[in-house]
Design a protein around this ligand. Structure first.
Ligand code: 6MZ
Length: 377
């Protein structure tokens, strides 16, 4: 690694190598939004052959690059048709974890909406079991996911201090889960998700996310479940301000979640409240631009929050849907905002403070970043 340049405005191939090789933490990634295009196409072909869908109709939808926020949610409905059986959920979890690990994401908080689907004999619980099976079936990299030594099959050995994240060594990744409440859900369904999260705490479920189409649903529908989750000590992150809904933004900030995602459509009053509460913001640059939540990177709130030293972390949101990766998000931040390798390495390292895993994991991640930092000097 070479940290010669502090402010590259154009990222070269070797810059890209740097962003890939740098350790990173990913705190805002939706499982079904992170599926490889090749996997979606393969699944669509199978369902096409079975006559469930018309392959040629969905092929261009999967491969389309620019989508409005509305089209993104239509795509998710299609993706869910392709992925929602136990075997496929296991497969995509395995692939998504391997993909993040392959670009040196050393800590991944993966979020997914537990789904009930009677036609597949699927309950929210069995959906999550399929996710866990996906994690256990990862072989290409070492996965550390259970916080306690409850199950001999789970890797609980911590990443050793001498491990490096470059070159030929095996990739290693910590994985934790957030269970998402979809804004289309009822209070009861949201409560079921929170109870499931509590049941699965020992398997690495650390919190709850509220997501889904931001123009659907009411804050008050989810509040009882979110309050219960908060009382029970689950960590909470909310999709907040993806569309202008000022009343909801204020109520969400007053709730004091441990993080929020996006924060695109804030007014002055919202910024003031956010900054005084110091709630970390998960920033998803490509997603915000592609969905037109922000019209251009020149006016992205990253700059103001970064300059104000407000806690922020770069994330992918949906690396499959938006054809991105966490390394590309760092590269984009570098070229768009004139930030150098040192600054962005520090930004990535700061992410350790905002993860929902315990202090032991934070310590391990700090060791990893400290060891990588030596290569900056
Ligand atoms: C809000 C989003 C989202 O849970 O099936 N999701 N919610 N805003 C976004 N920004 C573009 N991207 C993804 O993953 C897909 C689900 O995550 C939420 C939506 O509810 C989507 O259906 P899972 O694994």
């Amino acid at each position: 690694m070479n940290a010669a340049d502090h402010s590259p405005l154009v990222n070269t191939a070797s810059d890209m190598e740097w962003w890939v090789s740098m350790p990173k933490v990913e705190l805002h990634a939706h499982l079904n939004g992170s599926v490889r295009d090749s996997t979606l196409l393969e699944l669509a072909r199978v369902l096409g052959d079975e006559g469930v869908i018309v392959f040629s109709d969905v092929e261009h939808v999967i491969m389309k690059d620019d989508r409005s926020l509305h089209e993104v949610f239509k795509l998710f409905d299609l993706i869910h048709i392709l992925t929602t059986d136990h075997k496929t959920v296991t497969r995509i979890t395995k692939e998504v974890v391997e993909d993040f690990a392959s670009e040196n994401v050393v800590y991944l908080e993966l979020r997914t909406t537990p789904k009930k689907n009677d036609s597949k004999g699927m309950s929210k619980h069995s959906y999550m079991e399929a996710v866990m099976e996906g994690l256990r079936s990862v072989t290409a990299v070492d996965v550390y996911f259970a916080p306690q030594n409850l199950d001999a099959r789970t890797s609980i050995n911590r990443i050793s201090i001498n491990d490096t994240y470059h070159g030929a060594t095996r990739k290693k990744i910590y994985v934790r889960f957030l269970l998402s409440i979809d804004r289309r859900e009822t209070t009861e369904a949201a409560m079921e998700t929170v109870k499931l999260a509590l049941e699965m705490r020992d398997l690495g479920v650390v919190g709850i996310d509220l997501s889904g189409n931001p123009i659907v649903g009411e804050w008050n529908t989810f509040l009882p479940a979110l309050k219960f989750a908060q009382e029970q000590g689950l960590c909470i992150t909310l999709h907040c301000g993806e569309v202008p809904n000022h009343e909801e933004i204020q109520m969400m900030l007053d709730f004091l979640p441990m993080r929020i995602g996006h924060a695109c459509c804030f007014r002055e009053e919202d910024w003031r409240k956010l900054k005084s509460s110091k709630i970390p913001v998960e920033i998803c640059l490509t997603s915000n631009i592609r969905t037109d939540s922000i019209s251009s990177l020149d006016i992205h709130h990253f700059v103001d929050l970064y300059n104000a030293k407000h806690p922020i972390v770069l994330c992918t949101d949906d690396s499959g849907v938006f054809s991105t990766s966490l390394s590309k998000e760092y590269s984009l931040a570098s070229s768009a905002f004139g930030l150098g390798k040192r600054e962005l390495f520090q930004l990535a390292r700061n992410g350790i403070d905002y993860i929902f895993a315990d202090a032991e994991v934070k310590r391990d991640l700090t060791v990893i970043f400290n060891s990588a930092a030596k290569e900056l000097d």
